[in-house]
Design a protein around this ligand. Structure first.
Ligand SMILES: NC(=O)c1ccc[n+]([C@@H]2O[C@H](COP(=O)([O-])OP(=O)(O)OC[C@H]3O[C@@H](n4cnc5c(N)ncnc54)[C@H](O)[C@@H]3O)[C@@H](O)[C@H]2O)c1
Ligand SMILES: [Zn+2]
Ligand SMILES: [Zn+2]
Length: 364
């Protein structure tokens, strides 16, 4: 995609030196804010970005619980954020030091077979590596491989805080939930789970004017937020009877699109029970346990079941919708912390039911 572009900086810009503060995973249940060497350029396609704002993802909490063994102790966490390019490798043609950028949670080379299919999440030299297999964004500086295709320029005058939501949760809700779920004008949609990802699906589902969006959670505060953000009906599933309620609400028909945004067998079961004949069950949740698929009932229902790891292939499109004020992802931000208080930010985010946290911004 950049083959004809003239290189604007023939020599490698010197990488930053010295140390920086970073949130480091120390093994299950352990995290510290400690001094680490600043990252340097390792490949000509790398950039080093000075992070301005980052956030914490439910996935970071999964890592801290020990659910992601591929993330090893010593790793700097974080796969979301905005910042300023500090230095670039000789092969980077799209960015220069000083450029303000949005960091994608998915690294993509844009050249491999998966990337050419738009499946950046399965890039043979990328995918979800940031804050997982390589050091991440909850630090003063981060090295971004394949910078040309893994960073996005921030349009001048943008609200950068809102754009932090575009590193991961907005493309996740949109790609895995709304696009895979084939949300259409006039359709009936159910979103199970009103966390940041379910709410991102709620915001972006409205691009398509569905007639009804039913949001299901067990947390009344999150359901109230869903109502503010456009849910037509909310259902509290604390009694485990959400499926019955949705069938009642839809006159026994069920929903055209059932979006699973929790990641546990019970909520997948709700989606299976409520998807209408001809409908789509779009799974977003990260599942750690096996779930039952009731083909003895669903085989004849003409349904589709989709799964997806976010590709962030829609980030440029979502950037334009935010610029045009079609959606306001800032509505998902509930708390702000200084970098020195990152551990407190984790505590607040980790106790979301008590603190009413959705997304927390950490200013670096
Ligand atoms: N597919 C992907 O690429 C991708 C990317 C990012 C996140 N995810 C996954 O998406 C899921 C949602 O992420 P999140 O950050 O919004 O998580 P979250 O934990 O903040 O939200 C989950 C919500 O589900 C609700 N819930 C729990 N049990 C419930 C039940 N029985 N019935 C109804 N609601 C229930 C919780 O109250 C909570 O509000 C997670 O599994 C996450 O790992 C997937
Ligand atoms: Zn994430
Ligand atoms: Zn690739």
């Amino acid at each position: 995609m950049t083959a004809t572009k003239v290189m604007t900086h023939p020599s490698e810009t010197p990488a930053p030196t010295g140390t920086m503060k970073a949130l480091v995973y120390g093994g299950p249940g352990k995290k510290t804010l400690e001094d680490r060497p600043r990252p340097t350029l390792l490949k000509p396609t790398d950039a080093v970005v000075k992070v301005a704002k980052t956030t914490i993802c439910g996935t970071d909490l999964h890592i801290l619980k020990g659910d992601v063994p591929s993330c090893e102790p010593g790793r700097i966490l974080g796969h979301e954020g905005v910042g300023v390019v500090e230095s670039v490798g000789t092969a980077v043609t799209e960015f220069n030091p000083g450029d303000r950028v949005l960091i994608s949670c998915i690294t993509s080379c844009a050249k491999c077979a998966a990337c050419k299919k738009g499946m950046y999440s399965h890039c043979s030299d990328g995918g979800w590596i940031l804050g997982h297999l390589i050091d991440g964004t909850q630090a003063e500086y981060v090295r971004i491989p394949h910078a040309d295709t893994s960073l996005h320029p921030i349009p001048p005058g943008s609200d950068e805080e809102a754009l932090v939501m575009l590193s991961d949760i907005l493309p996740t809700g949109y790609e895995c939930g709304v696009l895979n779920g084939k949300v259409e004008p006039g359709a009936t949609v159910a979103i199970v789970g009103a966390g940041p990802v379910g709410l991102a699906a709620l915001l972006t589902a409205q691009f398509y004017s569905p007639a009804q969006i039913i949001v299901i959670d067990v947390d009344d505060n999150r359901l109230a937020t869903a109502k503010r953000l456009g849910a037509t009906v909310v259902v509290n599933n604390v009694d485990g009877k959400a499926a019955e309620s949705v069938m009642q609400i839809t006159g026994g028909r069920g929903v055209d699109t059932a979006i699973e945004a929790v990641g546990v067998p019970a909520t997948f079961g709700v989606c299976e029970a409520i998807v209408a004949a001809g409908g789509t069950l779009a799974n977003i949740g990260v599942h750690g346990k096996k779930v039952d698929l009731h083909l003895e009932r669903l085989w004849s229902h003409n349904i589709a079941l989709t799964t997806r790891l976010v590709d962030t292939v829609t980030t440029p499109l979502l950037l334009r919708t935010v610029e045009a004020k079609k959606i306001d992802p800032k509505l998902l931000i509930t708390h702000h912390f200084r970098h020195a208080d990152t551990l407190e930010a984790y505590d607040t985010f980790g106790r979301a039911a008590a603190t009413k946290a959705l997304k927390v911004i950490v200013d670096i």
